[in-house]
Design a protein around this ligand. Sequence first.
Ligand code: DSN
Length: 482
Amino acid sequence: MSDDRTSALTSSAYQQALEVIASVEPRIADATRQELTDQRGSLKLIASENYASPAVLLTMGTWLSDKYAEGTVGHRFYAGCQNVDTVEALAAEHARELFGAPYAYAQPHSGIDANLVAFWSILAHRVETPALAKLGAKNVNELTEEDWERLRHELGNQRLLGMSLDAGGHLTHGFRPNISGKMFHQQQYGTDPETGLLDYDAVAAKAREFKPLVLVAGYSAYPRRVNFAKMREIADEVGATLMVDMAHFAGLVAGKVFTGDEDPVPHAHITTTTTHKSLRGPRGGMVLAQEEYAADVDRGCPMVLGGPLSHVMAAKAVALAEARQPSFRTYAQQVADNAKSLAEGFLTRDATLVTGGTDNHIVLLDVSSFGLTGRQAESALLDAGVVTNRNSVPQDPNGAWYTSGIRLGTPALTTRGFGHDEFDAVADLIVQVLQNTEPGTTKDGKRSKASYALGDGVADKVKGAAADLLDKHPLYPGLNLA
Ligand code: DSN
């Protein structure tokens, strides 16, 4: 379909949908319109966000939402799931083909849910199933109370080794306040204090000593690629299951920017992801697995998950079909190229980057050289229409709330068509804001970690320059809600 035709149909669909919504709760219609205006008018640099296509967005707004479908394709706990079966099977088929995965599970509602499914399937496969076999039982209902207590103790006393939050790992990779850090005995690996890079020898040494059941690789804020073949070697040496959380970089895997040792899917026993970040689909999660884990992952709902969101699984299928097009490879390569342009833009303006650069879609700017916390920088940038999120840097002296970093990502603005020159200009605007932001003082005269003052006129000047860039690359061009 031509772009003009798509725009005309999308405009008409949303105009009418918003009219129907407004007839019931006009404030929701208003907020929905306003969100489009806000997203159109700001520089979205949150590394985990993107803009899904109109086809993906429209797919989510249907009556598929009305169906309960606990269970799996062809094996549901409710009648009448024939169309949900079609939807879920298609989403899984596209995922298997796109990622070359033996098995795909499209039900998780989010990345955290996908990780919970993965954890439970590893516990089931590695702990529960062998224990039941040893006791000659088919399921836990056949165990004596004594055997059940023993199994429960065993399930609750397994070990997980993951990347620490301040090194760039995710909360669900064993961070103690998160359920992953509570349900497992956990240890964390970090990055080299000098270079900020992963030190595989150090990870291996820790794994040999700790002997985890689960080794988690993947990240939310590490601006570099990971060698997953090496992570698998480490896992194999200590008898661990390798679980890779590729939520952030799934688009770079789908777009064949990460191949060979950098593609987690052939190396990991289980790979989890979200579908809405660099993969540019609907908000949701997914699990890919080698055959040996498939049956346990398949029990994710209702073991760990509530009923699947059939309308979202349908949108996953549409997004995955889009990601199988050659144009998605061009997009993914541009995401990585643009991150390099953004990093170079900062380095030529003397800003400090964690690891000194990037080779994925993330740039982690250490704002302490501007005398700011991440929180002050995030707020000042937002005043100037630049949407980012504060993030810890390795060994962060300001902790996880105030932080010393700003995490930036290129997937969203690349979708709008930004290239090298635009990202260089974005680096310039960010540096202008940070250079003109002063930290405030607390009541007792100390340097505040939260309050700040942005120089007069800076926000307007940066907003004006950003508007010029954004107007040249409109979001959902042709989508007219008037
Ligand atoms: N919230 C996601 C991110 O921003 O990276 C991870 O959960």
